[in-house]
Each structure stands twice: as structure tokens, then as C-alpha cells.
Design a protein around this ligand. Structure first.
Ligand SMILES: [Zn+2]
Length: 542
């Protein structure tokens, strides 16, 4: 069978078939019904939304042998000729290639002759903004004194390039981008007509990619059908458009959530090995996150099918609003940085590793508030538990070593760990920040602080003992023992028993932590400053 491309086959032939431009078609229908046809129209709007189709329908309405009519017959010789662009009375001019003054002069000469077989001589000038200045001047003269029975229909995507003197002599209509749900509806209709089986997700994807243009949607559909024949599936469509499956983004976000830097980087490398462009990856990732964010604020975006909601909801439940904003901002920044970089993949990897450590910056304000409100006094005699960790809870939630040791170095990055390290004192210390981050995520109030206050005093094969100073820290941690043990089991791949030892704090104490100003905190924690800038938030002294 001879295959007619869909965009042509389904080009609208009547006012009723023009999609989502009722604000234009209604007025034109009224004008025709009341016999008030203007001499010049300017159809403005993005590409592929029906401007030239509507120009032809208007031409047919005026020149149909049964016309003027709002329902041209589409079978008389005038209608048929207009549809096939062969009518001598309806002249279509491409403004881009006939933009000189000579072209307009030629047009003016033709205007001397009345229409041959129809009511009107109609000029459809597409991309009219491409005309030269002198061509516009010549055209203006014609518009100032238009001959009888001549109608101009100009179409443009860039009305600001059309001289105001021309625009003021036209009736102007602004065409809208076609909403995704309208495009979806149209694709469903023609899929049924063409006996094509296609899933909703594919339809929505095509509609989104068409970006408001129905013609583009149909061209994309052609592309898809030539590859898939009559069985369209989302996997194939993604393949054709070079898009990554949503599962990839979901996986990456889960790696970020679980602080799994290593798998995150491996996944990313896999993505690029498959030939995905970095910028394109970032764009798609941000599109994905945008939907996650929309779902989180309770919006049902019409750009995706309802079947896809659960996937996005699952992700949105795992992140707080500010975390999502933080991730999006970081990726936006990354996109910018990449432009001027000679090693874009490195930049992306650094950003992703940072994101996978986001927990450490999490709930900063909450921690700071606690920090400020806790008025701890240290012992007058050297306290066995040092408290300096409190000075830097955000970027270094490290475990404490006893006594007056100077500022500790950060332990090795959690991502450097094996999946399940052997349990011993060294590995326990190494996972400590990760343990605290995970406990924090579980929303257990003061427990993370209890853990960073605690001192490891004994490590055995399958258990270890913590010394906790003061009931304030002891009681909540004691209550959350099971949680901590379950996280330890996850981290070490085996059951680890946690024992707590309460250390009373009755000795007279000196103040070891002074109340910090917000500026001090910011200066000590570059991470806070960065977080604040990215999320456009600020600290408030409690
Ligand atoms: Zn007709």
C-alpha cells in the first residue's frame, strides 16, 4: 500500500478538525457567517499548530463552489485544488524564499487580474517576517488600498519581526501551543483509525516531545511507526528518541538516597557507554525531577500518563522538598559548569558524589537549632568524653575519640567501603558517619546527636559497647537500639549487638561549648553556605 505520511493524511480540512484553536476558529466562523471577511489576516503562533492549515480552510470556505460557507465541501474542484495547492486563485508563497521586492511586485501585477474561477483571490504568505524591508514597503501599499476580492493571509512564528504598519492593517490571531492532553487525544484517535496498538506512556512521550505542535507529533508518530510497525511499545519509542528509561533515573536517585556513591558512578558510566550525550542526560534527568517535584507538591501533571504516577510518587516520598530543590539546583549548576569545562564527565561525577552525601547536610537548621539550645557544660576536670564534635555536626558528623584529641580528619569516604566490611573497630569507625546519616534519615530526633556524642569503649566479634554521657543522650538512644542495630546489620551484613553504658555527669563542669553565632557556623561549615545558596534559604537564630 502507498503510505501517506500522517501529518499530511490527517491535516485538518474543516474548521472542526482544527485542534485546540477554538479562540481563532470561532471568530472566523462568525466572520464568514456574517459576511464580514477582512482583507488581511495575520496568523501568529509556534510551528505546527495549524496556521497554514487554517489559512487553507479559510480559503476553501471563501472559494468553495458552495461558498462562502463555514463548511466547505472538500469535493468541488475549487476545494480539491486548494487542498492540493494547485488552485490558480489561492497562491501560497513561502516568505523565506520569496522575500525580495521583485517577488512582491510580481504579486502586485497579478493582483490586476480578478480571480479566475472563484469568489476571491487569496494570497497565503507563510513565514511573512522573512520578507525584506523593501518587500514589506511594497506590500504595505497594497494593503493600504486593497483591490476588491483579495484576501491576504500571513503566517508567522515571529510577529515582532513584522513591521507594525503591516500588523495594524491585519486582523491578528494568536495561535496557541497545543496542550499535551489535546495532542494525546489526537494521537489516540488516529492510532485507532490506523489500527495501531500503542501504550499510553508512548503516546504521552510523543506528545511531550512534540512540544505543542500537532504536526510535529504526527511526524514523530510517523517515525515511530516506520520502526515499530503497528506494535508500538515504550521501550522502542525511548530507543528511537534516544531517551533513557525512567528506571535509570529512579535508580540514580535511589543511589543518591542510600549514599551509594560507588554504584552511582558505575551507573553513570554505563549510561555514557551507551552513547547518551551528557547535556541530554542532564536535561532528561531534570525533566524527570521536575515531575517528581510536581507530584510532591500535589500536582497531577498532564504531560505524563496516570499510569506513570506511582513511579514518580515512589521517588518523591523518599526526598524532602528542599532535598529535591537542592538536587535540581545542583544539576542546573552542573549544566552551566560543563559548558566551559574540558572534562564534563568529571564535573558531573563530582556533583553526583556530593549529592550522595546530601544526608550530611540534611536538616541543618534542625541540628543548628538543637545545637544552640543545648547548653552543655563540660567537666572542670578533663571530661572523659570530648565534645568538640558538636562544633561541626554538619560537614563532619564523626564519631568521637576520647579526650582532648585535636580536630579529627574525616574518616575515609563511605563510598570507599566494601559492600559489607568485616566488623571490627576500624570498620565501625569508618561507617560511623554513614550510620548517623541513616539514623537521622529515620527521623529519630536526638539519637544522631547521641551517637556522635558517644564513645566506643569496647568492640567484640558481634557486639560493641558505647559509653553515653548523661540521660539526655542515653534514654533516646536506648529506645532506638533496635533501629541502630538493624542499620548496622545492613552495613555489615550480619547482626551486631549494641550495648550502652550510661555515664553519670555529676561533676562540676566548665563550659566547653559556647553559643555560636550563625556566622561562626557558616564559616566553619562551607557546606552550609553552599546549601543555603543552592536552596535560596537562610538560617534563623532560634
Ligand atoms: Zn467545495
Amino acid at each position: 500500500m502507498s503510505y501517506i505520511v500522517l501529518a499530511r493524511k490527517y491535516r485538518p480540512q474543516t474548521f472542526a478538525e482544527v485542534y485546540a484553536q477554538e479562540h481563532v476558529t470561532d471568530i472566523l466562523i462568525n466572520a464568514i457567517n456574517s459576511n464580514r471577511v477582512n482583507h488581511a489576516y495575520l496568523f501568529n503562533g509556534p510551528r505546527g499548530v495549524g496556521k497554514t492549515s487554517l489559512a487553507r480552510i479559510l480559503a476553501k470556505s471563501l472559494n468553495c463552489e458552495k461558498g462562502p460557507t463555514t463548511t466547505p465541501c472538500n469535493v468541488c474542484s475549487n476545494c480539491v485544488e486548494i487542498t492540493s495547492s494547485t488552485s490558480t486563485d489561492v497562491i501560497e508563497i513561502d516568505g523565506a524564499s520569496n522575500n525580495g521586492v521583485d517577488d512582491i511586485r510580481e504579486l502586485q501585477e497579478e493582483l490586476m487580474y480578478p480571480p479566475a474561477h472563484s469568489n476571491y483571490k487569496i494570497y497565503i504568505i507563510d513565514e511573512v517576517h522573512m520578507l525584506s524591508k523593501s518587500a514589506f514597503n511594497a506590500l504595505l501599499k497594497t494593503l493600504e488600498e486593497p483591490p476588491e476580492n483579495v484576501v491576504f493571509i500571513f503566517a508567522t512564528t515571529e510577529p515582532h519581526k513584522v513591521p507594525p504598519t503591516i500588523i495594524s492593517r491585519c486582523q491578528r490571531y494568536d495561535f496557541k501551543r497545543i496542550p499535551v492532553d489535546s495532542i494525546v487525544k489526537r494521537i489516540k484517535e488516529l492510532a485507532a483509525e490506523e489500527h495501531v496498538s500503542i501504550d499510553d506512556e508512548s503516546i504521552f512521550l510523543i506528545a511531550r516531545k512534540a512540544d505543542g505542535g500537532l504536526r510535529d507529533a504526527l511526524s514523530l508518530m510517523d517515525q515511530v511507526l516506520s520502526y515499530c510497525m503497528n506494535e508500538v511499545t515504550i521501550d522502542k519509542v525511548r530507543e528511537i528518541f534516544g531517551l533513557l528509561p525512567n528506571q535509570v533515573f529512579k535508580g540514580l536517585l535511589q543511589n543518591i538516597r542510600n549514599n551509594e556513591s560507588q554504584s552511582l558512578i558505575m551507573e553513570i558510566q554505563k549510561v555514557f557507554e551507551q552513547g547518551t550525550e551528557l547535556q541530554e542526560f542532564l536535561n532528561n534527568f531534570m525533566d524527570f525531577l521536575r515531575i517528581v517535584l510536581l507530584r510532591q507538591v500535589g500536582i497531577s501533571p498532564s504531560e505524563i500518563s496516570k499510569d506513570e504516577y506511582p513511579l514518580y510518587d515512589e521517588i518523591s516520598a523518599q526526598f524532602s522538598r528542599s532535598e529535591l530543590l537542592y538536587i535540581i539546583s545542583a544539576l542546573m549548576q552542573c549544566k552551566q559548569d560543563i559548558r566551559s569545562s574540558t572534562n564534563p564527565q568529571l564535573i558531573l561525577e563530582v556533583v553526583l558524589i556530593k549529592l550522595s552525601r546530601m544526608d550530611e547536610m540534611n536538616e541543618i537548621s534542625q541540628i543548628i537549632t538543637k545545637l544552640d539550645s543545648i547548653k552543655i557544660s563540660g567537666a572542670s576536670q578533663p571530661a572523659p568524653v570530648q565534645s568538640r564534635v558538636m562544633a561541626d555536626p554538619v560537614s563532619k558528623p564523626v564519631y568521637n575519640k576520647p579526650a582532648e584529641q585535636p580536630v579529627q580528619e574525616l574518616p575515609p569516604e563511605p563510598e570507599a567501603l566494601e559492600a559489607c566490611p568485616e566488623f571490627n573497630e576500624a570498620s565501625l569507625k569508618q561507617v560511623w558517619p554513614r550510620l548517623i546519616a541513616k539514623v537521622k534519615k529515620a527521623g529519630t530526633g536526638i539519637v544522631p546527636i547521641s551517637l556522635s556524642q558517644a564513645q566506643i569503649i569496647e568492640v567484640k566479634e558481634c557486639s560493641f559497647k558505647l559509653q553515653i554521657r548523661g540521660l539526655t543522650y542515653y534514654t533516646p538512644l536506648n529506645k532506638s537500639k533496635e533501629l541502630v542495630e538493624s542499620i548496622l546489620k545492613e552495613l555489615f551484613g550480619k547482626a551486631i549487638r549494641l550495648e550502652l553504658e550510661l555515664m553519670e555527669t555529676e561533676a562540676p563542669q566548665t563550659v566547653q561549648i559556647k553559643r555560636k553565632s550563625l556566622d561562626d557556623l557558616k564559616a566553619e561549615n562551607p557546606g552550609i553556605q553552599e546549601y543555603l545558596e543552592l536552596t535560596k534559604s537562610r538560617l534563623i537564630q532560634s
